[in-house]
Ligand binder design. Sequence first.
Ligand SMILES: Cc1cc2nc3c(=O)[nH]c(=O)nc-3n(C[C@H](O)[C@H](O)[C@H](O)COP(=O)(O)OP(=O)(O)OC[C@H]3O[C@@H](n4cnc5c(N)ncnc54)[C@H](O)[C@@H]3O)c2cc1C
Length: 397
Amino acid sequence: MSQVSFENTAIAFKGKDNAALLNSYWLFRLIGNPTLVKLGGKMTNFALKINFPLGWAIKNNIFAQFCGGETIEECKQSADRLAQYGIGTILDYSVEGKEKESDFDATADEIIRTIAAAEGNQTIPFCVFKVTGVARFELLEKQNEVIRGHVQALTGADLGEWERVQDRVLRICQAAYDAQQRIFIDAEDSWIQDAIDALCHDMMEKFNHQAPIVYNTVQLYRHDRLEFLKNAHEWSRAKGLHYAVKLVRGAYMEKEAARALQMGYVNPIQPSKEATDRDFNSGVLYCLDNIQDMALCCGSHNEESSMLLAQWMEERGIAKNDPRVAFAQLFGMSDHISYNLADAGYQVVKYLPYGPIKEVMPYLLRRAQENTSVKGQTSRELSLILKERRRRKEIRD
Ligand SMILES: Cc1cc2nc3c(=O)[nH]c(=O)nc-3n(C[C@H](O)[C@H](O)[C@H](O)COP(=O)(O)OP(=O)(O)OC[C@H]3O[C@@H](n4cnc5c(N)ncnc54)[C@H](O)[C@@H]3O)c2cc1C
């Protein structure tokens, strides 16, 4: 049995002083209320639309809990604080929903700046980007249809636009390779994911010969992904590559189900949470058992999966700090997992989202909604904070 425990709140919250802990407590209490989150989300969106100066209020509260700042420079403080406790940072430029080519170029440039900030910097061991940050969603949908064989090929303006997308992805991955910096490509909606997987595999073919540089992301809430993972690994093995992968359960379950129902196709999501958990843990085990030519990042706030991974590493004699295995959580969430694993010597990283407040709002609202909708997430965060406040004798029973 692994020695690590997630119960130790003294370790979990050693990065927070009493005032910061109290702030987190109130924030999780507020976002634990679905009506408030719904109302707050609507009011915030409206206020930002009419340019109401709301920045200061957001920046000192929900933004401070879940984000590093508005710029790479502003993230430095949080990154240094995480590093103090042995936790790495992933600078996640969280601007979404852009449509213009100039915006996609600017996002690609910003991601390349995160790679430059990470180069030779031990506190930033991985980088990340979303393909929808550098490509128009509808174009990805079309390319996906091409890959599925429903449409022959992109033509005319679409073709030129697609070549520019490929070029941006190549520029980013080339920069990561030149800096010898590992980079995750996030997974998104299933109806654009074939296009993302294909782009990612092209990049792996270019850059993953000597070492795992480009990481794909596999969402195990899809019932076809465990098989996809195994096939992708077989493909990469035949080519003599390292198959690097971030495993996640998946973030867009409701959207996937709604679209499948509306369009009359089989829902790609597993029939139950248990089925998702089973495939997620099987995926983790598969990667560990093939670690000689794979690299794994376990992107999860699930205690059982994190504990199993630690235990399976120990059983297989894989060192806790083996660079091929990483645990990842989001900044501001599940510190009891991150800090306790890091304290025990495992490689732990946290996504640190950043960007202009207005642009990062969709990300923040998703976090708030997730903390109301994911069963038990808020109550777990709250009960851990309460436990620690009691331990510090901030409050009495
Ligand atoms: C570092 C990191 C990176 C991430 N990157 C991505 C990414 O690139 N793409 C992405 O999509 N998500 C990403 N996520 C989010 C992730 O997919 C999950 O939504 C989130 O982490 C919650 O799952 P969990 O493993 O933490 O644990 P849990 O809280 O145990 O699991 C909740 C998840 O289980 C699944 N689930 C819940 N109920 C059911 C049900 N009835 N039937 C089937 N499945 C169910 C859903 O996926 C749900 O999100 C990332 C998360 C982290 C921590």
